[in-house]
Ligand binder design. Structure first.
Ligand SMILES: Cc1ncc(COP(=O)(O)O)c(C=O)c1O
Ligand SMILES: [Zn+2]
Length: 418
């Protein structure tokens, strides 16, 4: 495992030490990337060792099979990563990267797994996150595994599973009458107030928001390593990624850059497609208007809860990647997203998350327009398990529960009020 050489600003290339926990670039507030000594890595890390090491050691569980390119610290792991790459039954070039197989049922496990690992390494005691829902659930799980307190803030209308998992894992859960942007403001204000009140560092919350600390991207970059390894250390033609904050897209691009520097992959990088819901499509709007950053998307509304991010912090990075890769951003309305969920469930046996179905719906659209051929190799991310959204999906389908459940739980024959 390599030592981190330094953290580098994605905007002004300022270098910051990784000896202490960091948030944003102190010079320009850009997001920070983890950097290693690539010459040293090139000498020591070889792709052919990865599978062999993973088979030989339980310490290489899941995404930690890529420990050769991850920070040299003791992992807090629940088995995240190394998810299935499923071949579509209908489209010869299409592969679904099934991230619903992760702990807590979404790809958020990768980013939060690594961010909590680093928080434990730094000795942080309190982590706070504004979330569209799934990041909160993942933080709650990994914080519980690490013995760290989690303070989660999410919209009051998140999928019920996100509320339940937060409570079950013992997090401090606040439901907010607003969106993730309101949650982010509240977290920021609380941390500021703690600092003004002179709270000791051990009691002050650390903000683990998307792209406001360097390690969630670092965890999500493993999706890029994985898809290339699962393709035999080669690139597909395109990657379809349901985009809210864009962390996975940014992380995968970083992985491609690193793998090329290490000589692990070559050839043309995949076109990166950012897929959004029409009810909250700041990146799609900025892309269509050829703007380098996005505008705040007013009245964001979609049942693809993870895509309700009205102003992604890393918009400038996402838009730059779309342009450099020759990909694009597309938005799909909720009706088409729901149809795509039903289509994939009935025809392929996959219960996609609404976010994943925003990507499959866009894929259909590009096949119809002729921009894509069914034989083009595409890796499409189903970022979460559809089962986390039974309430939202059932509501969208006007599906009613046939009977009613008891309002109390029976434990050992005793009825316990809940
Ligand atoms: C299931 C799911 N898909 C996609 C996203 C968007 O993720 P990102 O912030 O990496 O763009 C989220 C975010 O909450 C999510 O929960
Ligand atoms: Zn900077």
């Amino acid at each position: 495992m390599p030592k981190i050489a330094y953290l580098e600003c994605s905007r002004c290339q300022n270098q910051v030490s990784a000896d202490a926990p960091q948030t944003l670039c102190p010079r320009c507030a850009g997001s920070l990337y983890v950097r290693y000594d690539m010459d040293e890595l090139k000498r020591t890390a070889r792709p052919e060792d990865i599978a062999a090491k993973a088979a030989a050691s339980p310490a290489s569980l899941g995404m930690w099979r890529y420990s050769a390119v991850l920070p040299d610290v003791a992992p807090v792991t629940l088995g995240e990563g190394w998810t299935p790459m499923l071949h579509s039954k209908r489209y010869p070039g299409l592969y679904i990267k099934e991230e619903g197989a992760n702990p807590t049922g979404t790809f958020k496990a990768r980013g939060l797994g690594l961010a909590v690992t680093m928080a434990k390494h730094y000795g942080l005691k309190h982590l706070a996150v504004p979330s569209a829902g799934n990041a909160a659930g993942a933080l709650a799980a990994y914080a519980a595994a690490a013995g760290i307190a989690a303070h989660i803030f999410m919209p009051q209308d998140v999928p019920f599973a996100n509320y339940v998992e937060g409570v079950i894992y013992g997090a401090d859960v606040t439901l907010v009458d607003g969106l993730i942007s309101d949650c982010a403001r509240i977290v920021g204000e609380k941390i500021k107030a703690q600092k003004v009140a002179g709270a000791p560092p051990s009691e002050t919350w650390f903000d683990i928001s998307t792209l406001k600390e360097p390690y969630r991207v670092e965890g999500k970059k493993t999706m890029g390593y994985e898809l290339v390894e699962q393709f035999g250390w080669a690139y597909p033609d395109a990657v379809f990624y349901p985009t809210g904050g864009g962390v996975g897209l940014i992380g995968m691009w970083k992985a491609f850059e690193e793998m090329e520097a290490l000589g692990w992959v070559s050839g043309k990088r995949p076109k990166m497609y950012a897929l959004q819901a029409a009810g909250c499509a700041p990146i799609e709007r900025a892309y269509a208007a050829h703007k380098p950053t996005s505008d705040f998307f007013q009245n964001a509304q979609t049942f693809a809860a993870g895509l309700r991010v009205p102003k992604p912090y890393g918009d400038y990075i996402i838009l730059d990647i779309l342009e450099k890769s020759g990909g694009k951003a597309l938005a799909t309305d909720d009706e088409k997203i729901l149809s795509s969920i039903l289509d994939w469930a009935k025809n392929e046996g996959l219960f996609l998350s609404p976010e994943g179905a925003a990507a499959t719906a866009a894929y259909d659209q590009l096949l119809v327009s002729g921009e894509l051929k069914p034989t083009d190799t595409v890796v499409l991310f189903n970022t979460g398990a559809g089962l986390k959204y039974t309430d939202m999906t059932a509501e969208a389908m006007h599906l009613r529960r046939p009977g009613s459940l008891p309002t109390s739980l029976s434990v050992g024959g005793i009825i316990t009020p809940v």
